[in-house]
Design a protein around this ligand. Structure first.
Ligand SMILES: Cc1cc2nc3c(=O)[nH]c(=O)nc-3n(C[C@H](O)[C@H](O)[C@H](O)COP(=O)(O)OP(=O)(O)OC[C@H]3O[C@@H](n4cnc5c(N)ncnc54)[C@H](O)[C@@H]3O)c2cc1C
Length: 429
């Protein structure tokens, strides 16, 4: 009798385990349901794969973000902006203030509310959704399947943002620290928003910090206001916001009763694109049939100057899905590096690095502080160029003549190297 009981119990456990195994095996588990995770899921399920998305939050959830989208995003999602059912604000002018001068610059983009947008994308992805599950431990079982919160799959996608637990497996190099950002989106009286905003509804007001180490924004969205600041050095972001707030206030661009809301800023940090990050994009199994991968903020892909992060999140999510569907997940890093958006980021990254190196070399030799009229004209011209360049980048425009820029970069690198050597030899004599 005892033997029979033991046999039955063991059979029961084995059957339950077998059922559990077949029930919970997916093709892909995605950790994180932001734009990177939901886009990856969208293109995987579209190809017929069985996908589970796990997120610690319950959607819709608040995501600190101003919700600015560049037009390319809709192409990546293969979706018309006019089919998006949430609030959307199309803008054709960007108001840029830099060095005490304000300019209204024609360019094009969109704003959404992340609270609605992320929820829409995730629910439209077709994936099985598991909310309220904070992923900590990630294990691999004897069958070579990743095991996360009771789900199992050969492919594991890390889309959990800056502190994604999957990043611990892929270990992307971090040669530079993250940027710091503070933001708040709050309800406001629509009449007060309309009265105080700089341009039309949805048109962003950008305040470029004097040393160009960051910028602040003020975005009217009918009965919402979205304000914030971002700085390369996260320690500077609070002070930067106070300066920007005073400037918006002095210009009369904030509703008078918004003070309490303006005190309620929240902060976050994330990584801008660096070419070395791509080394941690994928850890593919020896048989090429599974692995762990990073998309979006978990890899660190935001535009190197504007810090636009939603577009590269969706681009990376889609490219990874296409690599998995093609049965070639190992091709994901190359697909990423050669995609036009990321190839542009690589150029912008190099331009930024070369420019700051040249600026350092020239700064003590020729301080641009002369008050001569020609220098005034020059600095006015350069302020104009910076403002225009920023607005243009905000509209997500592709770099013109990329091959010419590549050639110019080689020449600039050469000049930088030569100047470095020249300075070193001057120092020796
Ligand atoms: C203040 C601010 C303003 C910004 N403004 C803009 C903007 O206007 N335009 C723009 O393009 N970019 C902007 N960005 C950047 C942009 O928000 C991000 O780059 C983008 O959200 C990245 O998407 P993602 O899917 O990689 O990550 P996220 O959107 O951060 O999604 C990650 C998801 O993973 C979940 N998660 C995290 N850890 C776990 C875990 N352990 N277990 C389970 N789930 C987990 C989170 O709950 C979250 O839902 C801004 C960023 C900030 C901070």
């Amino acid at each position: 009798m005892g033997e029979w009981l033991a046999h039955s119990v063991s059979l029961g456990i084995r059957t339950a385990c077998a059922r559990f195994r077949t029930m919970s095996v997916h093709d892909v588990i995605v950790v994180g349901g932001g734009p990177a995770g939901s886009t990856c899921a969208r293109f995987l399920t579209r190809a017929g794969l069985h996908v589970a998305v796990v997120d610690r939050a319950r959607f819709p959830r608040v995501k600190l973000c101003s919700g600015w989208l560049s037009p390319t995003l809709w192409d990546v999602l293969e979706m018309s902006p006019y089919d998006y059912p949430g609030g959307r604000w199309e803008w054709l002018t960007c108001h840029v203030r830099y060095g005490g001068e304000a300019r209204a610059i024609p360019c094009h983009g969109w704003f959404v509310r992340r609270f609605e947008f992320d929820d829409f994308l995730l629910r439209a992805s077709g994936a099985e959704l598991h909310f309220g599950v904070s992923v900590g431990e990630i294990e691999r079982d004897g069958d070579g399947l990743w095991s996360v919160a009771g789900l199992r799959a050969r492919h594991l996608v890390g889309a959990g943002g800056t502190h994604c637990p999957v990043a611990r497996l892929c270990e992307p190099p971090r040669p530079m620290g993250p940027v710091g950002v503070q933001e708040h989106e709050f309800r406001a009286d629509p009449a007060a928003v309309a009265r105080t905003r700089l341009g039309r509804d949805g048109e962003p007001e950008l305040f470029l910090h004097d040393d160009l180490s960051g910028y602040s924004w003020n975005v009217p969205k009918t009965d919402w206001l979205n304000v914030g600041s971002g700085t390369v050095d996260p320690k500077g972001v609070r002070a930067a916001w106070q300066i920007a707030r005073a400037s918006f206030r002095a210009a009369g661009h904030l509703p008078s009763d918004a003070d309490a809301a303006l005190d309620a800023m929240k902060g976050y940090s994330y990584y801008l694109y660096h070419p070395q990050h791509l080394r941690g994009a994928a850890r593919v199994d020896a048989d090429g049939k599974g692995g762990a991968y990073l998309v979006g903020d978990s890899l660190g892909l935001a535009q190197p100057i504007t810090a636009e992060g939603i577009l590269p999140a969706t681009v990376s999510g889609r490219l990874l899905a296409e690599a998995i569907v093609a049965g070639a997940p190992a091709s994901y890093p190359t697909r990423l590096a050669t995609h036009p958006v990321l190839a542009d980021y690589q150029r912008v990254f190099r331009l930024r690095e070369t420019a700051s190196s040249l600026r350092r070399r020239f700064s003590h030799a020729s301080p641009l502080r002369s008050t001569s009229p020609s220098n005034d004209l020059l600095s006015r011209g350069s302020r104009h160029a910076v403002s225009k360049g920023f607005a243009w980048m905000f509209s997500g425009a592709r770099l013109p003549v990329p091959r010419l820029i590549d050639l110019a970069l080689v020449a600039l690198d050469g000049a930088d190297w030569w100047l470095g050597r020249h300075r070193a030899s001057e120092g020796r004599t």
